[in-house]
Design a protein. Structure first.
Length: 234
């Protein structure tokens, strides 16, 4: 056990180790963001579709599956942020004072923007869990409906009620904009760290990052705006 811990400590102490952790946790988070958006878009397929999806998540592994996913998501976000902050400090400390000062300032600004957007996204995830999962400060837990003869949580009604509240909708849109800004940079960096991207393919991965970020923003914003501004489901 000690040998495993020592090996991990040495791995984490190196800049390449931190970069790999950032890339792998980023990959997990990208997969989650995409899957979560696809699931939420079921609201446009009707009440039964999204309620069935929600019930499937709630009952997976006898109710334990959804909490494993939530804890894993929070762990991935925390590791991603801690490793990014540590890597930025390590890189700044190792950079010679007189070498590439302008480039260092640009790089540092970009890194700090990523860090702050990452921290904001973490705050959003915590709020999202409190809003729709723990259902703190609201009566969403009382929302019930019948699905295939079984009483289940009314996810459809909860989402409609949640995004009918202006402050929540505005906050979600701001958080989505920050998330997609983070994604547009992190997407191409991920493939570069994992050795998939080359100098020749890097512009393509950057364009793919912008396209993916735009897709995520469009999909999530469509849900919020259709309910908040256009009264969908009300």
């Amino acid at each position: 056990m000690s040998a495993v811990f020592d090996s991990f400590s040495r791995f984490y102490a190196s800049s390449i180790g931190k970069k790999i952790l950032v890339a792998l946790t980023g990959l997990v988070l990208i997969g989650f963001v995409f899957g979560h958006m696809i699931g939420n878009l079921l609201i446009f397929a009707g009440k039964d579709a999204i309620n069935e999806y929600g019930h499937m998540l709630q009952t997976a592994l006898h109710g334990g599956g959804v909490w494993i996913a939530r804890i894993g998501l929070l762990a991935a976000v925390l590791i991603h942020i801690v490793a990014t902050v540590s890597l930025t400090k390590q890189n700044n400390a190792a950079r010679p004072e007189k070498y590439g000062r302008h480039k260092a300032q640009v790089s540092s600004k970009s890194s700090h923007t990523m860090i702050w957007s990452g921290l904001t996204i973490l705050a959003f995830i915590v709020y999202h869990l409190l809003h729709f999962t723990v259902r703190a400060g609201n009566d969403y837990a009382t929302y019930k409906t019948t699905l295939h003869g079984e009483t289940v949580h009314d996810v459809y009604r909860m989402v409609i009620a949640g995004f009918s509240w202006t402050p929540a909708s505005i906050f979600y849109l701001i958080a989505m904009a920050l998330l997609c800004s983070h994604l547009s940079h992190g997407f191409s960096s991920l493939f570069q760290t994992l050795g998939i991207s080359t100098d020749k393919s890097e512009p393509l991965f950057k364009k793919a990052g912008y396209a993916f970020a735009g897709l995520i923003f469009a999909g999530n914003a469509a849900i919020v705006l259709s309910i908040w501004l256009f009264g969908y489901g009300r």
